[in-house]
Design a protein around this ligand. Structure first.
Ligand code: AMX
Length: 504
């Protein structure tokens, strides 16, 4: 590991983990060494967390924590099973938790708390995402030297081998940037430490170590890869070398070709707030699922990125910009609110979604939207596109609310991010989801390291046929018949009862 200078001790006793402390739950123990070495810090935390999970399973493994409804099974597994605050959960995810009303908490910290506590590049500025990475992995707010050590570690891991650029060059310039990202990450997989260690027969309790190496390598290389994709797609393949004095997110802006200090700060904020949104969203869940088969971090993250590329998920930031451009093309740059209302109604009437609005879990305005709005109020208060987005905030929720079916009419993260990028000249909206994807690596790969450290098993939920569900819901006296019909209809041999455990 790089840079092992001593810093002040963090040993302040047990129970200090910000997230669990807030929740009153058992927590990660405080680090008791003077280290700026992230891997060493992790290795000190892992044994106690393994014991914690073991004890939980032993004491409560058979405890019923909720009921499952038919609606939950056919409705995308939302709120499964319902238990306690936060709306329940169907998988273990340690790095962040989404409250439907309050929004995301990163190891217990809200976005304003991140902004207040994490080290920054600029006095009073936006958090450095490297600090968030430390927080996600250890549950501890890092010191400045710890963040500096992560920046340095990432710098040393950032090289992207030439075969990746050759592969990008082989793709046409109009290949969607998310396709290029997925292909580029897959090409990087040749360097997987985990795949090599597994081939050599690495012990299961040591899997996390090579997964850590892969994850840090991948996080380090992503800004370079993303910038290569950007320059390949839009700037005639004229690439820009990384700066050895810039931080991880600042370097991303620099390698894309943007040097405005405001743009660098925007990139630090953007990369921080898009990083993690608990485990159930498509990109996180996919990364988690694929990783559970012991596919290495490159394979599992690339799979997650293919999910992020869907228009109902990360691609929504691109869709928002297209929708805004279409709006201004039809109505002019600053239409009145009545015209905007009509445009929103027309969108709904044409059977399309209003991009950037709604959420599967959130029931209030996304704090990530608010954070970006506050950034815009500070850096670009008079920018016409920002004013238009502010008008939409006043009009869209009311129109969506009137439909009576949309559970959350409020804006999500994607309603605002494109405006900030446009302001700094990053006008190519097809690229926006790549920036989201680079950030998302921080969260999903951190959890991936913990998943291997905790030895979580292959994920394999049992599925069910419609006939079996109908049979399970039929009145008791009708069940055998329904079951038999269901089984016959499906060409199967049995419909109910369903086995509680799943087989691979
Ligand atoms: N515009 C129009 N209709 C919407 C809508 C929107 N913004 N949000 C929800 N609806 C519709 C749904 O399509 C659904 O219609 P149906 O009953 O005819 O199928 C109905 O309202 C109920 O949906 P819901 O329970 O409120 O939402 P959901 O959990 O099924 O979907 C989401 C959540 C995000 C996919 C949806 O709100 C949506 O499509 N939003 C627009 C796309 C978007 O902004 N996605 C980004 C989300 C954040 C992210 O992942 N980056």
């Amino acid at each position: 590991m790089l840079l092992k200078h001593a810093v002040r001790t963090l040993c302040v006793g047990a129970g200090g983990q910000v997230a669990a402390a807030a929740a009153g739950a058992c927590s990660l123990r405080r680090l008791c060494t003077d280290t700026v070495d992230l891997k060493k810090a992790l290795s000190e935390l892992i044994p106690a967390q393994r014991e914690r999970l073991k004890a939980l399973r032993k004491a409560h493994g058979k405890r019923v924590v909720g009921e499952v409804t038919v609606e939950q099974i056919v409705g995308g597994m939302r709120g499964l099973p319902v238990m306690g605050a936060g709306g329940g959960g169907a998988m273990l995810w340690e790095t962040s938790l989404l409250d439907p009303e309050k929004g995301i908490r990163f190891r217990g910290l809200s976005i304003p708390e991140l902004q207040a506590k994490l080290p920054t590049a600029v006095e009073g500025g936006q958090p450095l995402p490297e600090g968030l990475l430390w927080l996600l992995l250890t549950g501890q707010v890092p010191t400045k030297p710890q963040v500096a050590a992560v920046t340095e570690e990432l710098r040393h891991r950032a090289h992207v081998p030439p075969h990746v650029l050759r592969l990008l060059n082989a793709m046409t310039h109009d290949t969607h940037p998310m396709t290029q990202l997925s292909v580029g990450v897959m090409a990087l997989q040749t360097g997987s430490h985990f795949a090599a260690a597994y081939r050599r027969g690495a012990r299961k309790d040591l899997h996390w170590e090579s997964v850590y190496e892969d994850s840090m390598d991948l996080v380090a290389k992503l800004p370079r890869l993303a910038a290569m994709i950007y320059r390949h797609s839009y700037k005639g393949g004229e690439h820009i070398q990384p700066s050895m004095s810039l931080d991880w997110a600042g370097n991303l802006a620099h390698m894309m070709g943007y040097e405005d200090p405001g743009c660098l700060e925007m990139m630090r904020m953007y990369q921080t707030i898009h990083s993690d949104h608990e485990g159930g969203n498509v990109s996180a869940h996919t990364t988690h699922l694929v990783g559970s088969a012991l596919s290495d971090p490159y394979l599992s993250y690339a799979a997650g990125m293919n999910g992020l590329a869907g228009p109902l998920h990360g691609l929504a930031n691109q869709e928002v910009l297209r929708w805004l451009k279409d709006l201004t093309a039809k109505l002019g740059p600053r239409p009145d609110k009545e015209a905007v209302r009509k445009y929103v109604q027309d969108t709904l009437a044409s059977g399309k979604v209003v991009p950037g609005y709604g959420h599967a879990v959130l029931r209030k305005t996304d704090p990530r939207y608010i954070c970006q709005r506050e950034f815009a109020q500070k850096y670009m208060p008079d920018y016409p596109l920002f004013k238009l987005v502010s008008d939409l905030y006043e009009v869209v929720p009311e129109v969506l609310g009137k439909t009576g079916k949309i559970k959350n009419p409020w804006p999500n993260v994607d309603a605002h991010s494109g405006v900030l990028l446009q302001y700094y000249g990053i006008s190519e909206e097809n690229f926006y989801t790549v920036l989201f994807g680079v950030s998302r690596a921080l969260g999903v790969l951190s959890q991936g390291i913990w998943s291997r450290a905790l030895g979580l098993p292959i994920e394999r939920p049992k599925s069910i046929t419609m006939a079996a569900l109908e049979a399970a819901c039929a009145p008791a006296e009708a069940r055998p018949v329904a079951a038999a019909e269901g089984a016959a209809a499906e060409g199967g041999t049995e419909a109910i009862p369903m086995p509680a455990s799943a087989a691979v």
